[in-house]
Every structure is written in C-alpha cells, then in structure tokens.
Design a protein around this ligand. Structure first.
Ligand SMILES: Nc1ncnc2c1ncn2[C@@H]1O[C@H](COP(=O)(O)OP(=O)(O)OP(=O)(O)O)[C@@H](O)[C@H]1O
Length: 385
C-alpha cells in the first residue's frame, strides 16, 4: 500500500493547479477530479523501517483526512485463480483454495496457540502445500520450484512463471547464491564502490571510524549488495526506475544475456516490453537507515538476482509456481496473504516451514491488523462491481 502522504501530495497539487482558474476548487478533494485507487487492505501496509504497529497504521490511507471522501467499490471475483477445467471438482477445489487464501488475509483461520499479541496467530498450513521430507531445506525447495533447471535455465517462459518467496533478504540471497552456483558457466563478479556521503555535519574522522569493509557489509531493502555474482541466463530484478518509457521500472524482471565490464545486457521477461534487449548501467544509490549515523552511497548495478525474492518485492506478481520458504516467520501485516495469493492454481503452491530449531513444522505465524480491515468495512456506501 502506498504511504498516505503520497495521496495527500497529489491532493494538494491538484487543488493548487485547478484553483488557478476556479478558486473554489481549492476546497474540494483532488480539486474536483475523480481519482481511482486500487488496493487490498489484506496486503502489506506502507513500509516503515523498524516502525511500530501504530506508525504503520498511521501511514495507511485509512488515517488520511481524505479517507472520508472515498467511496469503496468491491471486486468479488479472484481473476488470478481461474480454473482451466470447468468440471465441478476443479471448480470446487479452486473455490476452497480461494476461500482459504481470503481467510488467511482476514485472520479468520483459528490460531493453534495464543501468541504474543491479538494480531498474531499460529495457523496450520494444509498438508497439500507442505514440503515435509527434506534434510537440506534450500536444495529441496529449489528442486520443487525449479525442477529440471539444468535443461530449462535459459527458457524465459519457465523462469518468468516461478519464484521462491521468503520474508527476509538474507534468506533470499542464500537461495539465489545457491541457484547461481548450479548453473554452468563462469561467474562474473561486480563489486560496488561505497562511501559515506559527506554532509555538513559529517565528522572528519568518519573515514577512520567507518572503514570500507564496514560500508561494503551494509545492506538494505531494495538496495543492491556490494558483491554481485552473475552468469549469463540468470534472471534479475531492477531495483530503481531507470527509464519507464522503455519498461525499465522498479520491479521489472529481466534475463541476463551478456556481462560487460561497464554495462549488463539483459532481455525484459514480461510486461509490454517483453523481449526487448536493454543495457543496464551502474548508478549511484543511497542508503539511509536510522541505525546509521551517516548516509551510505553505493555505485552498483541497481539489480538483484530474482530466482528468489522477498514477499514484499513479490507484490503485484502473478506466478504459476510459488515456493514459500519460511526459515523465519512473517513479521508484518499481510505478508503471509501476499505470499499465498501470488499463485494461479492450488497445485502451484509449495510451502516449507522451519521452527526455531530448524526442524520441520506445519504451522506458521500470520499477522493481521484488524483495525485496517475494519476501517475498510465500516463504510456503508458499498457498491459491488
Ligand atoms: N478481467 C480480467 N480477465 C482475465 N484475467 C484478469 C482480469 N483482470 C485481471 N486478470 C488477471 O489476474 C491477475 C491479477 O491481476 P492484477 O495484477 O491486475 O491484479 P491486482 O489486484 O493488481 O493483484 P495483486 O494486488 O494481488 O498483485 C493477472 O494475471 C491478470 O492477468
């Protein structure tokens, strides 16, 4: 979900622009323009790094002064889950799965145990989805999602329809490193150039206090790593908008076709620009983190390998095969729902859960902030479309 400040900024801008010709429009939301928003309150709320529940809910549009001007229209049909067979059994299976996905999103699957807060539940995962027999979890989930990788690793149709999802970036990196190591060919390594951004209040001793090894070890969400190991054929995801007019947006998935010293050549995997070959340059990216007393500047290709991705990054994706690896449980509202709702059929979903000791487990944490769902439901002016 977008931060409410983005919507409020659009509102003020439209009021400013439109009131030039008609001053009365300054007092009307969005200057009188009709604005259509699309969203699902069961999905992840605005990301506030290390934010408390109150800070996260405060950033949601339900707490915007504009909320009272919004009319809610509800979509009733899950278009992602459509049966290929029209027989009664397939329809029933799909409708049961769709109901289970919704009940996870709404926090209606009864908790096995009361855990820390009323927002958190320990929910059982149906046996059909569970990966049970494994000694090494990563190779097992990789085999399940990327079956026949040795023959299919260059097949774009194969790559674009599957992904492994995890709550945290370090698990994602572990899985991506493992899969890249399985592919034939030489690894080409790209190291970033990192430095502390000099601000007026930066201390002269920063270079001594924060050695380059420390800067290189820093990572952030939606930020490339210092060390990027690639091979031709590896799928990557863009982390910044480079050029929207040719489809190079934050979240675009591509497949690497050539690894130069200064640029990476890649082909766009999906969307309106599918099949287009593009060049990706190194750019300067900055990392601000409230735990760091400085801003880090990293010069690196704005990409990550994307055989595996975080659940947050998977928002908006539609995939035929999804493996969810819960080495650690989800940590915020809507993550479990987003993960299980990426898939287009019941048989495409596999889940591997580990408990705190790394052993097989068939229950996992689900977090639902009911206040947000209640705010969406408490409006009386529903219209079904
Ligand atoms: N009218 C439609 N007819 C057929 N398929 C559709 C239709 N609308 C959406 N879909 C398909 O359903 C899937 C989800 O659509 P879309 O990504 O637009 O939904 P969304 O609400 O943004 O999803 P989410 O927020 O869960 O990522 C896509 O695969 C899309 O092609």
């Amino acid at each position: 979900m977008t931060h409410r400040r983005a919507l409020e900024t659009l509102d003020r801008t439209l009021r400013d622009l439109l009131s030039v010709t008609n001053p009365e429009l300054r007092h009307i939301p969005f200057g009188g323009k009709v604005v259509v928003l699309g969203g699902d309150p069961r999905q992840i709320l605005p990301v506030i790094e290390n934010g408390t529940k109150n800070q996260i809910i405060d950033a949601a549009i339900i707490n915007s002064p504009l909320w009272s001007s919004i009319t809610i229209l509800i979509l009733h049909k899950n278009m992602r889950l459509q049966a290929t067979n029209s027989d009664a059994a397939s329809q029933k299976e799909l409708s049961d799965f769709s109901e289970w996905v919704l009940s996870i999103g709404e926090g209606n699957v009864p908790s096995q145990l009361p855990i820390d807060t009323p927002d958190e539940m320990l929910v059982p995962i149906p046996q059909d989805f569970l990966i049970k027999d494994y000694t090494e979890p990563i190779p097992t989930i990789v085999d399940s999602v990327y079956a026949d990788l040795a023959n299919q690793y260059k097949n774009v149709d194969y790559l674009k329809t599957r992904a492994i999802l995890c709550p945290k970036n370090d698990t994602v990196d572990e899985i991506n490193t493992y899969i890249v190591s399985l592919l034939p060919g030489e690894i080409k390594q790209y190291l970033s150039c990192d430095k502390v951004v000099k601000a007026p209040d930066s201390h002269e001793s920063y270079d001594i206090l924060y050695p380059i090894e420390l800067l290189n070890s820093l990572n952030g969400s939606n930020f490339p790593t210092h060390e990027l190991n690639l091979k031709v054929g590896v799928p990557i995801m863009l982390l910044r908008n480079l050029n929207q007019s040719i489809g190079l947006c934050n979240g675009t998935r591509l497949i690497v076709t050539a690894l130069g010293d200064m640029v990476i050549q890649a082909t766009i995997m999906s969307g309106s620009f599918v099949g287009h070959s593009v060049l990706i340059p190194r750019i300067r990216l900055t990392l601000k983190n409230h735990k760091l007393p400085f801003v880090l500047e990293r010069r690196q290709f704005p990409i990550r390998v994307c055989y595996a991705m975080t659940i947050n990054k998977s928002q908006g994706q539609t995939l035929a095969t999804v493996g969810i690896y819960l080495k650690t449980p989800v940590f915020t509202h809507g993550q479990l729902y987003v993960a299980i709702s990426r898939v287009t059929s019941k048989k495409g979903l596999k889940i591997l859960i580990e408990d705190d000791n790394g052993n097989y487990c068939d229950t996992t944490k689900n977090i639902v902030y009911r206040e947000v769902l209640a705010a969406m439901n408490c409006q009386t002016n529903y219209s079904a479309i």
